[in-house]
Design a protein around this ligand. Structure first.
Ligand code: NI
Length: 155
């Protein structure tokens, strides 16, 4: 395992659409392991493959709940409901936080590292993280959705 560099805002890789994973091979497993180590070191809640320079549909999430580390390969949000507005940030845009409105409950379908298709339903912070990370796979970032930026005293 290795900590990878996190791509920062301004790099065009963050605006690109990622390709699906066709085969879960050693490269993808190493990517997942490296992303987990990178996320832990950065103390973040989620990380998408393009943030480490890989244009593949892979994300990991860890919001510190009972789910622990969630690995999502080719994730698709299949349902969402409700609404929540809360503060959000991104490891590719360090030190900047803003309010974003997201669905309150989200169900995502994805493969795990063994190729098993699973559905995971998240509420609150987990729903927010799923939406935020899946957006990265389509080259979208949370800044586009921020309705109010926090000033330095609020952070
Ligand atoms: Ni992000």
């Amino acid at each position: 395992m290795a900590v990878r560099n996190i791509v920062k805002v301004g790099d065009s890789i963050l605006t690109k659409k990622c390709r699906p994973v066709e085969k879960i091979d050693d490269r993808i497993l190493t990517l997942l392991d490296d992303m987990a180590e990178t996320l832990e070191k950065a103390e973040g809640a989620g990380l998408a493959a393009p943030q480490v320079g890989v244009l593949r549909r892979v994300v990991i999430i860890n919001v510190g709940d009972e789910n622990g580390l969630i690995e999502l390969i080719n994730p698709e949000i299949i349902s969402s409901s409700g609404e929540q507005t809360d503060v959000e940030g991104c490891l590719s845009y360090p030190g900047q936080f803003g309010e974003v409105t997201r669905p309150n409950v989200v169900t995502v379908r994805a493969a795990d590292r063994y190729g098993n298709i699973r559905e995971i339903t998240g509420e609150g912070l987990l729903a927010r993280a799923i939406c935020h990370e899946c957006d990265h796979l389509d080259g979208k970032m949370f800044m586009e959705l921020v309705t109010r930026w926090l000033d330095s005293e609020e952070q």
